[in-house]
Design a protein around this ligand. Structure first.
Ligand code: HEM
Ligand SMILES: [Ca+2]
Ligand SMILES: [Ca+2]
Length: 288
């Protein structure tokens, strides 16, 4: 696809060190940063590929889509870019910095150390309509999830593994209103956590798993025991296609880590701009 492991070996040999150290120092200020960076990567890659389109601040910004509710810390990438830009001016794309930051977020939160391909270029434009059409709604079920990730070349187990990203971070109660209103007893624990009254508040939230600051396989253990937070988390534990894989990941963290790593590579390489396509933005929030 035009991506390679050694893309910046000559043009910016210290790149991976800059990003790793930058993410590490951000985590000292806010331990929930890894969750934000990992979701940011998914929401970038899902809309016209991993091209840093989510960072553009034009009037028509992707952030205007309600599907991007809860996206945090886009500024972190702008900060990392300014560190990189000081040493390697005009040479490193925002899209690659975003992928490296997400990869480092996973590793620094205790997950696998994923080797990623580099050489992506940044988009010159985007639209919030594109984001609205391509991002999955909070109510996504197993069928839609599987076709979404099959389109990225993922196998069934890779699709289940990439959802293991929900081992990090939080879900706002306003994102699970359907489950909070249902009469189903399996949704009771969420009602207790969100407490009626503040249901639609943007301020109340639940942890995605018991260890929401650590990248581990607790997400799968929780889901298998009926404590999945989002509909997709809960449904994957009972759908016969995905339930077996969920139980395997719950039992064996190393197997989850390996499968997550190959899924991450596929997500981060799908539909990217390379070569002379796109540009290298000087500042990540504007196409210049
Ligand atoms: C069908 C697929 C998916 C759906 C429907 C989905 C949906 C959601 C929703 C609704 C939230 C909560 C937002 C909020 O209320 O603040 C969330 C959080 C999150 N998602 Fe997903 N997601 C999906 C796949 C993914 C993937 C593939 C990744 C990463 C590779 C990911 C990473 C995250 C993370 C880390 C959070 C926590 C964010 C934070 O704490 O700031 N998700 N997801
Ligand atoms: Ca994008
Ligand atoms: Ca966890």
């Amino acid at each position: 696809v035009g991506l390679s492991y050694d893309f910046y070996d000559f043009s910016c040999p210290q790149l991976e060190i800059f990003v790793r150290q930058g993410v590490a120092s951000l985590i000292l200020q806010d331990p929930t940063i890894p969750a934000a960076l990992l979701r940011l990567m998914f929401h970038d890659c899902q809309v016209q590929g991993c091209d840093a389109s989510i960072l553009l601040d034009s009037g028509d910004s992707e952030m205007g889509s309600s599907k991007n509710f809860g996206i945090r810390h886009r500024m972190a990438i702008l900060m990392l870019k300014s560190v990189v830009e000081a040493a390697c001016p005009g040479r490193v794309s925002c899209a690659d910095i975003l992928i490296l930051a997400a990869r480092d977020a996973v590793a620094l939160a205790g997950g696998p150390n994923i080797r990623v391909l580099l050489g992506r270029r940044d988009s010159v434009s985007t639209s919030y309509g594109a984001a609205d059409a391509s991002l999955p709604p909070a109510s996504t079920g197993v069928d839609m999830m599987l076709s979404l990730f099959a389109a990225k070349g993922m196998t069934l187990r890779e699709s289940v593994a990439i959802l293991g990203a929900h081992t990090l971070g939080v879900t706002h109660c306003s994102s699970i209103l359907e489950r909070l209103k249902s009469q189903d007893s399996k949704d009771l624990f969420l009602k207790l956590k969100c407490r009626l009254g503040s249901l639609s508040s943007n301020l109340s939230f639940v942890q995605n798993d018991l260890t929401f600051l650590s990248f581990d396989n607790h997400y799968f253990r929780d889901a298998v025991e009926g404590r999945g937070v989002l509909r997709i988390d809960a449904d994957m534990a009972v759908d016969p296609r995905t339930a077996i894989v969920m139980r395997q990941f719950a039992a064996k963290q190393e197997y989850f880590f390996q499968t997550f790593s190959s899924a991450f590579l596929k997500l981060s390489a799908a539909g990217v701009l390379t070569g002379n396509e796109g540009i290298i933005r000087r500042s990540c929030n504007s196409a210049g």
